[in-house]
Design a protein around this ligand. Structure first.
Ligand SMILES: Nc1ncnc2c1ncn2[C@@H]1O[C@H](COP(=O)(O)OP(=O)(O)OP(=O)(O)O)[C@@H](O)[C@H]1O
Ligand SMILES: [Mg+2]
Length: 359
């Protein structure tokens, strides 16, 4: 998988831009606010159809324009790949792969795989469990796009189930009970499949994470990753029966994969509460690199690695260690502070004045 060229029309700060990428490492340099992250956001959008910054489409379309177009040329499995995607402030537009229109924009998932590491990823370790669940689900879908519906089905079922629980007004009538029973059959099915996938993925990530952590932190500490889903022991149907009265009283779904946790520990101490800021940052980076490994192993080709403004947050030793251990494949890094020491990019591009050029 390789991205050779990208064209942006009315995307973020760019009215029109054309950018080429090297097969190995490309560095995008430029001062704050010049549009470096906007560029890598465009690459990642083509992989996931969302902004890795969590921005709505309205923010991705250039202010004042009503349509953005992303066009990418590259190679996948030895064949030419051309992706064209439209974005509207209100949502997605047409998506074409090799000039064939896709029936659903979602069918684009898997055409391009991208792993992004950005400064906000500190939250992966430091923040609440939702970010870690999303991390797992993103890796699952990146490896196997056919799992995407499982994720959206779970969201939909939970929304409907919660609406019903709220409507009950705290009283378990026979009508509520029978509707809940219908929802719960679907909930149990989707929940158990998703949790099984997540738990398997965590088993695979564990050993990889120990080595990627050592690579970036330069320390051989014991890294533990464990998927915690207490309801799985008894099964979701039994767990739901046990909390039914509480759920009715509180009007929300209290057990299931939406409450699960990916526990991370360094030398036996939970990283969320005990690790230092630097250790949390290294662990977040190790999580992204570990996902790069498992996606490569499953798909046979390395995803594109994006390192957005990562080096400013790392000390010199850790920067050098990261650059030494860059996985095989294509990498795009951005920096506002010049080239990180030790980086040997094949291509350096300067981002300034809403355009991209060779210095
Ligand atoms: N929809 C939009 N329309 C027009 N301009 C936009 C839009 N969205 C963002 N911008 C502009 O893009 C610029 C930010 O670009 P970007 O985040 O890529 O900067 P950067 O080079 O990564 O900076 P830093 O080094 O601070 O991270 C801002 O000046 C912002 O105003
Ligand atoms: Mg940026």
């Amino acid at each position: 998988m390789r991205l050779d060229r990208l064209w942006l029309t009315d995307f973020r700060s760019y009215a029109a831009a054309e950018i080429e990428f090297a097969p190995g490492l490309t560095a995008l340099l430029g001062a704050n606010g010049e549009g470096k992250t906007n560029l890598v956001e465009a690459i990642a959008y083509l992989a996931t159809l969302t902004s890795f910054r969590g921005a709505p489409n309205e923010a991705l379309v250039r202010a004042g324009a009503d349509l953005a177009i992303l066009r990418a040329e590259g190679e996948r499995e030895g064949r030419a790949l051309l992706i064209e995607a439209e974005l509207r402030p209100t949502g997605r537009g047409r998506v074409l792969v090799n000039r064939q229109r896709l029936a659903r924009a979602r069918d684009l998932l898997g055409a391009l795989r991208v792993i992004v590491f950005a400064p906000d990823d500190l939250e992966l370790v430091k923040g609440g469990p939702a970010g870690r669940r999303d991390y797992l689900d993103d890796v699952l879908v990146s490896r196997r796009p056919s799992l995407d519906p499982l994720r959206s089905d779970l969201d939909r079922i939970l929304r409907q189930r919660n609406t019903l629980l709220k409507q009950s007004g705290g009283r378990l009538t026979p009508e509520i009970e029978s509707t809940l029973t219908v929802w719960d059959a679907k909930f149990v099915d989707v929940a158990e499949r998703l949790a099984t996938e997540r738990a398997r993925l965590v088993d695979e990530l564990g050993p990889v994470l120990s080595s990627t952590y050592e690579e970036v932190a330069g320390r051989d500490v014991e890294v533990v990753a464990r998927y915690e889903a207490p309801w799985r022991e008894q099964g979701l149907a039994a767990a739901l029966a046990a909390v039914r009265r509480d759920e009715i009283r509180r009007g929300v779904s209290l057990v299931g994969p939406h409450r699960d946790e990916l526990l991370l520990a360094l030398d036996g101490l939970p990283s969320r509460t005990h690790a230092s800021q630097g250790e949390q940052r290294s662990l977040a980076l190790a999580l992204r690199l570990a996902s790069h490994h498992v996606v490569t192993a499953a798909t046979g080709s390395p995803p594109i690695l994006v390192l957005d403004d990562v080096f400013s947050e790392l000390d010199d030793d850790r920067s050098a260690a990261l650059l030494r251990h860059l996985p095989a494949g294509q990498t795009v890094l951005t920096s506002a502070a010049g080239l990180p020491p030790g980086a040997r990019p094949e291509l350096v591009l300067q981002v300034a004045g809403r355009s991209v050029s060779r210095p």
